[in-house]
Design a binder for this molecule. Structure first.
Ligand SMILES: O=C(O)C[C@@H](Cc1ccccc1)[C@H](O)SCc1ccccc1
Ligand SMILES: [Zn+2]
Length: 167
């Protein structure tokens, strides 16, 4: 799942397109995404990260040893953000080996369609808020390193380039 060539980087910068409807085919794609995410391992994954630039995200915040708690987000939107921000040490499956602190609103209200295609409005906080915002950035072609200062972003890109050459 790592970005193993410049083409992937180009896909990652795309703006993902909305989904028409939650069909059996889409549910099959989301199940595949969840498997890819568990294998990475990760706690969230946007469809663009497996080369499908559509507005679909999967997530599972369950910890080791807990029951899996898969979540599916189709055409998610952020309806409101808290003033309060939360710093969190983020990484990204598409930017291997680089971690850095990113500040994001600590609470967000989101609207999305779930696995059954029903519309849900929900408030996210804590790791759920961090992860959904990280994933929704992917749908806009934004990577967590884009929130960093130029110096730290350049350091991250250099590191990813080295990691790619080494791979
Ligand atoms: O690259 C991705 O989108 C998946 C990330 C999502 C994520 C990044 C930072 C903070 C929260 C979520 C992967 O899940 S990175 C792996 C990970 C695992 C546990 C906690 C945080 C990140
Ligand atoms: Zn990511």
């Amino acid at each position: 799942l790592t970005v193993d060539n410049a083409a992937d980087m180009a896909v990652l910068k795309k703006i993902s397109t909305p989904v028409e409807a939650v069909t059996d085919d889409l549910r099959a794609l989301m199940d595949d995404m969840l498997e890819t995410m568990y294998d990475a391992p990760g706690i969230g994954l946007a469809a663009v990260q497996i080369g499908e630039p559509i507005r679909v995200i999967v997530m599972d915040l369950a910890r080791e040893g807990e029951e899996p708690a898969p979540r599916y987000f189709v055409n998610p939107e952020i309806l409101s953000r808290s003033e309060e921000v939360l710093g969190y040490e983020e990484g990204c499956l598409s930017v291997p080996e680089y971690f850095d602190e990113v500040e994001r609103p600590s609470k967000v209200t989101i609207r999305y369609m779930n696995y059954q295609g029903e519309t849900v409005v929900e408030e996210a906080e804590g790791l759920y808020a961090v992860c959904i915002q990280h994933e929704m950035d992917h749908l806009e072609g934004v990577l967590f390193i884009d929130h960093l200062s130029r110096l730290r972003r350049d350091r991250a890109i250099t590191k990813v380039k080295k990691a790619r050459r080494a791979a």
